[in-house]
Design a binder for this molecule. Structure first.
Ligand SMILES: NC(=O)c1ccc[n+]([C@@H]2O[C@H](COP(=O)([O-])OP(=O)(O)OC[C@H]3O[C@@H](n4cnc5c(N)ncnc54)[C@H](O)[C@@H]3O)[C@@H](O)[C@H]2O)c1
Length: 270
């Protein structure tokens, strides 16, 4: 299904950990659509070595960067421009982590050091990516920067814990920075709010299996897959969406606008 939508475009893709990762599918689709890009992840995530398989498959180089470190990001962005031979057209921020979730700490009993760590990794890192690319004048005009979010930013999903707050902050950054990036550099900034997806980050949430089934039944089109999310990211990186900016875009099979479905009502009649 390749249409050369990203022909000649250069990118940076954060967050491909393994084959399940949404970023992994975005990299594969971006390659199919003619883009060249650098892959990056936290140095600790490199230990598994799986990213090298993706790099080989897509002809990409890998530059480790902790997205909470401005120094790492400066190195990543400047080296990426050297490797790719010019300014950047698209960036995917596909990063999320909560220590409170990982360690099973309840939302009403947060460890605030962990909260701050999760906020830095999951949300503030997006500001750092935006600020670094802006300061280094790394983005081409009409470039597109996308981060991945979840509807727990707007509605309560109790087990999503402090990640809900992190996603609210993330979406707010897309709006606030998107204004300045638009006015100053004609660069677009958006978040895509994706259906629950079976990945390493996703399955860390308590009761995820049950929840993903509930979401499937609550979405008129069913849950959107990681590959479908990748397709949406490609469209957001392409020139076909040039005037879309500062938005939180639901990619969720209709879940966000659904009060209840017949399938869920039927369950209560059982
Ligand atoms: N899986 C879901 O259900 C779902 C739903 C909506 C949104 N999202 C979001 O999609 C994004 C990608 O997650 P995924 O589901 O593909 O899971 P994933 O676990 O494959 O990806 C998360 C990535 O974040 C990276 N990361 C963590 N700390 C980092 C740091 N300090 N610096 C750089 N990278 C770091 C990890 O190494 C990993 O590659 C996340 O923002 C997640 O919140 C996921």
């Amino acid at each position: 299904m390749a249409n050369n939508l990203l022909k000649g475009k250069r990118g940076i893709i954060f967050g491909a950990l393994n084959e399940q990762s949404i970023a992994w599918k975005v990299a594969q689709r971006a390659h199919e659509e003619g883009a060249t890009f650098v892959l990056t992840n936290a140095p600790i995530a490199m230990r598994m070595g799986e990213i090298n398989v993706l790099a080989k498959e897509t002809g990409s180089e890998v530059i480790p960067a902790d997205a909470t470190s401005v120094e790492d990001l400066e190195n990543l962005v400047s080296k990426s421009m050297e490797i790719l031979g010019g300014k950047i057209d698209f960036v995917l921020h596909s990063i999320g982590m909560s220590v409170n979730v990982r360690k099973g700490r309840h939302y009403t009993n947060e460890n605030y050091d962990w909260t701050m760590k999760g906020l830095d990794v999951s949300a503030l890192s997006f500001h750092k990516v935006l600020q670094t690319t802006k300061k280094l004048e790394a983005m081409n005009e009409w470039g597109s920067i996308v981060a991945l979010s979840y509807i727990a930013a707007q509605r309560v999903f109790p087990d999503y814990n402090d990640m809900a707050d992190n996603k609210s902050y993330l979406e707010s950054i897309a709006r606030s920075f998107g204004y300045h990036y638009g006015v100053d550099n004609k660069v677009r900034v958006n978040t895509i709010s994706q259906s629950p997806t079976m990945t390493t980050a996703g399955s860390g949430v308590k009761g995820f299996n049950e929840f993903i089934n509930f979401s499937e039944q609550m979405s008129p089109l069913g849950n959107a897959s990681a590959l479908a999310c990748a397709d949406y990211c490609i469209s957001m990186f392409s020139d076909l969406t040039k005037y879309v900016t500062m938005q939180n875009l639901y990619h969720d099979g209709g879940f966000s606008n659904t009060g209840v479905t017949q399938a869920v009502i039927d369950k209560f009649g059982e």
